[in-house]
Design a protein around this ligand. Structure first.
Ligand SMILES: Cc1cc2nc3c(=O)[nH]c(=O)nc-3n(C[C@H](O)[C@H](O)[C@H](O)COP(=O)(O)OP(=O)(O)OC[C@H]3O[C@@H](n4cnc5c(N)ncnc54)[C@H](O)[C@@H]3O)c2cc1C
Ligand code: FES
Ligand code: FES
Length: 473
């Protein structure tokens, strides 16, 4: 039995844990405010909020219900637009109406839910941040400026509202959310987190943002196990020498992690190019690695950092370097029922430099055409060691071994960049596809290698000289 709170209703259901949450909401519960658009996590029409008890408070995150198994609703508060509807419009809904933020209306519930989630999750507000919170919502009609104005208007409404005792009470008093939100914490406390482990699971689901895009019709008809049942950790820890990332840690957790920020200050901004907020709220580190996409962003980063994967199957444990994990297109060194528990890599020390680059057809909410990461350990003007990865230029996410070795003990100079780029092009075998021709991808990788050096060592590289000549075809 799966037990959760849907808006203000306590749900106890025997529906299959693999059921798509969107289908449960719309078909089983007849809550049709949550729309089905793309069913691929791209449009945001199906956005819901997921409330979870964390350290005694309920934290809400936006999620795409079209990619979410019902099992992950267990023990949580699922909020659809119907929960927000009251006798009067909420300030968010009113702002959307007044500012022309809605026309045909199909996308509107998704925007309202995302914007309300923004108010639930923050205490200080800006239009830019509100817009970021709606990065997973697409509107075909309005051209977005009405929606941006609506965010601004809703912020003004919030700031004018009287202050309640705590954030939730203030939002209730200001009519952003109904009073039922006050009792959710106590209701969730009563729900025991039970294991939903299947006897013979065919699939293993973490965030579902890959599996439910690729093969949801198969998954809903089969039994599956879920990351929570296998107790895959979802936290980031630093030991004396290592950073440890739990397999079930989400991309958004990594983006917000103080540990990551401390050692990789540019990475949070880089990870904003990963999908959208609702996707990042669900997509996990291990899911990114095991789906074996040649253009997985986190995979690309971990390969450059020479991460180790720690796998477990029952009580058996083993470790494998991520650089050795990929054996062919979508083929990985992992047995059935073996799970990635942790991903670890060395804590940077000395003169450590790291950079990630990604080019996609559109800047946000898109997967890469080509991506690349690099780390350098330097001593004055000398590269002591380097690790370069490249995605989208071969059947697997690649570690460019020869290029990384070539960089060792070289001066940081324009000449070194050029020879590294030349070597890299001998290590890759891109194919032409919807994301670009093979020639274009070669050109992209060369430019990304140039970018790594220009971003990290702007004073030591002559950009004009680098960009002159250098024909590759
Ligand atoms: C709209 C959209 C945008 C996206 N944008 C990006 C992007 O910008 N960059 C990017 O890299 N990816 C992107 N993705 C792809 C996807 O979100 C990521 O690859 C994500 O990290 C997958 O994680 P998940 O937990 O959702 O995986 P799931 O779908 O749950 O699982 C994927 C695979 O990994 C396996 N698996 C999951 N966890 C484990 C584990 N602990 N041990 C062993 N096997 C496991 C599953 O069995 C399955 O085979 C996007 C997807 C969508 C839908
Ligand atoms: S239906 Fe488009 S994101 Fe879910
Ligand atoms: S109002 Fe029509 S899609 Fe946004």
């Amino acid at each position: 039995m799966i037990q959760f709170i849907l808006n203000n209703e306590e749900v106890l259901t025997e529906s299959s844990p693999t059921t798509v949450l969107l289908d449960f909401i719309r078909s089983e519960k007849q809550l049709t405010g949550t729309k089905e658009g793309c069913r691929e996590g791209d449009c945001g029409a199906c956005t819901i909020l997921l409330g979870e008890l964390v350290d005694g408070t309920v934290q809400y995150k936006s999620a795409n219900s079209c990619l979410m198994p019902l099992s992950d609703a267990h023990g949580r508060h699922v909020v659809t637009v119907e929960a927000l509807n009251q006798n009067e419009l909420t300030p968010v809904q009113e702002a959307m109406v007044e500012e022309g933020g809605t026309q045909c209306g199909f996308c509107t519930p998704g925007f309202v839910v995302s914007m309300t989630g923004y108010f639930l999750n923050n205490k200080k507000f800006s239009v830019d941040d509100a817009v970021d919170a709606m990065s997973g919502n697409i509107c075909r009609c309005t051209g977005y400026s009405g929606i941006e104005r609506a965010a601004e208007r809703a912020i003004v409404s919030y700031n004018r509202a009287s202050s309640g005792k705590n954030h939730i009470e203030r939002l209730i008093e200001a009519n952003f959310i109904p009073p039922i939100f006050k009792s959710v914490k106590d209701q969730l406390k009563k729900i025991k987190r039970k294991s939903l482990k299947a006897k013979k699971a065919k699939y293993f689901v973490s965030g579902g943002t890959d599996l439910y895009v690729q093969q949801w019709e198969n998954v809903v008809r089969a039994d599956a196990d879920f990351a929570s049942d296998e107790k895959i950790p979802n936290e980031i820890i630093s030991t004396k020498t290592k950073i440890k990332i739990g397999g079930a840690t989400t991309i958004q957790q990594i983006l917000e992690s103080k540990i990551i920020k401390k050692y990789f200050p540019a990475l949070p901004e880089d990870l904003e190019l990963f999908g959208s907020l609702p996707i990042r709220n669900r997509a996990t580190a291990a899911g990114n690695i095991v789906n074996a996409s040649p253009i997985g962003d986190l995979t690309n980063i971990f390969i450059a950092l020479d991460a180790d994967l720690h796998l477990k199957k029952g009580s058996e444990k083993r470790s494998v370097r991520i650089r050795d994990f990929y054996k062919g297109y979508k083929l990985v060194d992992k047995k059935k029922d073996e799970f990635i528990e942790w991903i670890t890599f060395n804590i940077p020390h000395g003169d450590f430099h790291f950079n990630f680059e990604k080019v996609s057809k559109r800047t946000y909410l898109d997967i890469a055409s080509v991506n690349s990461s690099i780390y350098f350990l330097t001593q004055k003007n000398l590269i002591k060691s380097a690790g370069l990865s490249a995605g989208g230029v071969g059947p697997i996410p690649m570690y460019l071994k020869n290029t990384s070795e070539l960089l060792r003990d070289k001066l940081i100079s324009t000449e070194t960049v050029r020879s590294a780029a030349e070597m890299a092009l001998t290590e890759i075998s891109p194919i032409s596809d919807a994301r670009g021709s093979a020639e274009y991808k070669k050109l992209l990788l060369r430019q990304l290698i140039y970018s790594h050096f220009l971003v990290l060592f702007p004073d030591k590289i002559d950009e004009i000289a680098l960009l002159k000549g250098g024909e590759i075809f």
